[in-house]
Structure formats: C-alpha cells, structure tokens
Design a protein around this ligand. Structure first.
Ligand code: SF4
Ligand code: SF4
Length: 249
C-alpha cells in the first residue's frame, strides 16, 4: 500500500483560495449568496452520440446532467455553480486564513484530492507548493485513504447528482440557455447576485411543481464539431458573447 503513496500536509498558504472558481453545492450556493458574495455558473453539454470517453465516464456525466431539448435533438446539460474567487475568495482573511472555516464548502475540504473518480491525483497538476507533498499523512495510494475525505467526496458527488435538476431550472428562470460543448469549451455566466437570489425564491415557490419549456442552444466555434452537431439537429448559437464568457479548452 505504501508503494505510490502520496503524502500531503497543507501549509495554509491560501494559494488555492485565489484566482479560481470554487464549485458549490446548491445549499452552499444559497449560503454564499446570503453572505453577499458573487456566484458564477458554468454550463456544458454532451450527448451519447458524440461521446468519445468510456461508457463508465458517460454514466458518471449523465448522473450530473439533465436532459433538455435543443432544436430537434436531446442533449444533456451540466451546470456548475461556483463561488467567484477569480481575484481572491471573499472569505479569505489578510492572514490567509479562511473566515468561514467551519462552514467552508465541501470542495475546500477536499482539495487537493479529486472529486471526479476518473481523474487520478497528480501533485504536478495542483497549485500547492512542492514542499507540502511527501510530508504528513498519506492522502492517496491507489485510492483515497482518509475516511473523512472519502465521506466529503461522496457527499460532493451525491450533491452533484441531487442538485442537477434544480440548477438547470434556476438557469432557465434566469434565461441562461446557451451552453458550450463538453471537452470543447465552457460557457461561463456571471449573473447578478440579487437576480440569482430572486431565482431561488421563484424556484422554491413555483418551479418545484412545474417546469419551464426552454429550448437550449449550443455555442461551438470549431467547424467540424459545429457541422456534426448541426447534422444531429442540435440548435447552435450564433450570437457571440451574448451574456456569457466563452472559454475554449
Ligand atoms: S471558502 Fe475559505 S477555504 Fe474555501 S476558497 Fe474561500 S477562503 Fe479558501
Ligand atoms: S494551496 Fe495547497 S498547501 Fe496551500 S492552502 Fe491550498 S491546499 Fe493548502
């Protein structure tokens, strides 16, 4: 078991709290907004026809997604709600300590471990300084080793599945219906904080019992993929930069 063991001891440098988006569960999103902080929404779509990774990965992605209509086709959309810490997390103190440590999001408890079961922990891909690796407790061998961490990861994956439909409904209430194609790009929205709070109220009062009928569109700039999706009947978005940031991968 000690072969390939990765040891890790966080030094509290706070680098992981800066220059990034912090994925949140729906419950954490409400808390984040109520604290007065901004939330970004990342949207990506896929379908079985154009899926190239394994069937196991498709099943995992499907569990986090909602099937919606796009033109003459059905696509699956994943919405990620994330705390906006693109400069620095608003909960981070001057001393680099988390101001909401006991209530910090699951993802902050899990980092630098991976939530996605198909991604293996690789210290080289993490922003932690090199000296924090190979010290402290064993974090990972051929699997995550810490039972508390395992529990957090399971809770995070469950929330991803349980929250999927509500997150898509919130996007529909806000009129966010253009999505990027998984593996090709992300569509990133930065909704007004109050509008997102209002959308939660609308969802709580009305949407739990009814459904909006939204026609989703896909923004793809890569000509070959555009053509393939068009041939499958997927509705494409041609309005560049209409209310979202298009982040090509
Ligand atoms: S909530 Fe706390 S731990 Fe998470 S990114 Fe913000 S400051 Fe860091
Ligand atoms: S970047 Fe790594 S070492 Fe620094 S606070 Fe975050 S988890 Fe800890």
């Amino acid at each position: 078991m000690e072969n390939n063991a990765i040891r890790f001891a966080c030094n509290g440098c706070g680098i992981c709290c800066k220059g990034r988006l912090i994925p949140l569960t729906l419950h954490e999103t409400r808390q984040w907004l109520k604290r007065g902080h901004e939330v970004a929404i990342l949207l990506e779509a896929f379908d079985e026809l154009h899926w190239s990774p394994s069937q196991e990965e498709f099943a995992h992605a499907k569990g986090r997604a909602v099937e919606v209509t796009s033109g003459d086709a059905s696509i699956r959309v994943i919405a990620v709600f994330a705390g906006n810490a693109l400069n620095s997390c608003q909960n981070l103190g001057d001393n680099n300590l988390c101001g909401i440590y006991d209530e910090r999001p699951l993802v902050c408890r899990i980092y630098p471990a991976e939530i996605n079961p198909f991604i293996t922990l690789n210290p080289a891909s993490k922003i932690c300084p090199p000296e924090v690796w190979e010290e402290g407790e064993v974090l990972f061998t051929d699997r995550v080793i810490d039972p508390v961490l395992v529990k957090h990861i399971e809770r995070s994956r469950k929330a991803d599945r349980d929250d999927a439909r509500a997150k898509i409904a919130l996007c529909e209430i806000l009129g966010l219906n253009v999505v990027a194609w998984k593996g090709n790009a992300f569509a990133v929205y930065l909704p007004d904080r109050q509008q997102l709070l209002d959308a939660f109220v609308f969802y709580d009062t009305l949407m739990r019992v009814s459904q909006l009928r939204t026609d989703w569109k896909v923004r793809v700039d890569t000509p070959v993929l555009r053509q393939k999706l068009q041939q499958s009947g997927v509705a494409l978005d041609d309005q560049e930069g209409a209310g979202y940031i298009f982040h090509s991968l």
